[in-house]
Design a protein around this ligand. Sequence first.
Ligand code: UT7
Length: 330
Amino acid sequence: MYRSKIAGIGKNVPEKIITNFDLEKMMDTSNEWIIERTGIHERRFVTQPCGCAELALPACEQAIADAGIEKTDIELIIVATTTPEHQFPGTSSFLQAQLDLKGVPTLDIRVQCSGFVYGLSIADQFIKTGQYQYILLVGAEIQSVGLDLTTEGRDIAVLFGDGAGAAIISRSDNDSEILSTHLFGDGKHAMDLSIDAPIGYECPRISKEMIDEGRQFPQMNGRQVFKHAITRFPEAVREALKANNWSIEDVDMVVPHQANMRITEAIAKRLGLPLEKVFSNIHKYGNTTAASIPLALADACEEKKIQRGDKVVLAAFGSGFTWASAAIIW
Ligand code: UT7
């Protein structure tokens, strides 16, 4: 068995900043409501047609450089996204073409906000068995073009943003290591955060009537999501601690999926962690679904909030419901 590590990290966000005040002009909402309920001040939106692969490309190039490898070292591309550019094929195929890595296998995973940690677990298994030495793992989302940016869709529209993060997962020859990953799900809640149409079992899958009813927009039972998130996040973190005989005091930084600042605060409270040990950048990017953890890792590294050798726990919760954690020596 080999050991694996996160060898490099990168990020890319669209240039256009959309503040809460910009949203006030599109729908009946307010800067105060959004900040109080979510902690979000601004988010990024793409301004011209752009797929997740295109948005992710600069993040991948950064991660490759950060890992000190050549792109041709990559043996597998995994992409986690909720917002692929096409129903099929997956975003990873488009990314592979843009990276010009013909022949490299591509894999999309669809577990929404938990996508990066699920992807990390998949990559970890391939490295541990020795099948691959270098894997590109991406979380990328373009939520903005799929949101109902009117008052009707305001409960969701104010939460989400666009962005991409990438990581190189490689064999480890030093102290850095992915020590454990834990994955969970409960499909009973599948429709509590979902997009209804196109509908796989209806013909046609999308109709004018569906569009007129707004069924192409995400819908969310916000309170149900909130209630489960504040329970599942701490449970997932505790699994990570237990598997590695760590106490919560041993952890240098928890990097959670950036769902909502109130959720992050509730997680910190339930785990008995000071807020300084729970990384947050939701104020500037909103909830970027599968991209949020690699974006947070990139920012945490840039701000020197995590450094090589630190004990880091990643935790995610999202649509499905799915949730997951990973314990890492950074
Ligand atoms: O990755 C997981 C992603 N999802 C989440 O993290 C969401 C988890 N859920 C939440 O964070 C919260 O449920 C929300 C922030 C989405 C909503 O907060 P809430 O305290 O649960 O509010 P609510 O849905 O109970 O709505 C309270 C009021 C309602 O008005 P009335 O019926 O009391 O008159 C809503 O219509 O707030 C209204 N409202 C808004 N007002 C201004 C809902 N969205 C907005 C908005 N601006 N954007």
